[in-house]
Design a protein around this ligand. Sequence first.
Ligand code: NI
Length: 175
Amino acid sequence: MAILPILEVPDPRLKTVSTPVETVDDDVRKLIDDMFDTMYAAPGIGLAAIQVGVPKRIVVMDLQEEEDEEGKPIRDPRVFINPEILDPAEEMSTYTEGCLSVPDQFADVDRPARCRVKWLDAQGEAHDEIFEGLFATCIQHEMDHLEGIVFIDHLSRLKRQMILKKLEKARKAAA
Ligand code: NI
């Protein structure tokens, strides 16, 4: 178990198209454990392997929407290996998105409101499910990372440049 460094824009590695996982083995499961540690520590609700510098088609997610009696989020870790989107809805929904690779910056992005996803779990078992709402948005955001796309790539050039400038400023102020 380890917390890994997260790549941030404009790191060119985030533009990599990730390759499929050929065998779901212990090395893959170790990476998945480290990805969850990294995501929860950040904290975030989703992470793709390329965000920790590994160009493999692996996504971890946990929306942590439910809370226990003490108001602590109940964990519901989900892993998607070699995910594929099928039948995206024509109907769109808009969420204000953020990303661990674009720290503290948020913007509205339109995406299909529902989609069917096929994937393998950490045991190599195949799944096929329809997602909607925040879950559908989050899985599509994470799957974009596997194609080298970050949510700010969906924005106008002007908005994207503004966010990149703000990030640069924040980094300089922190240095
Ligand atoms: Ni992201």
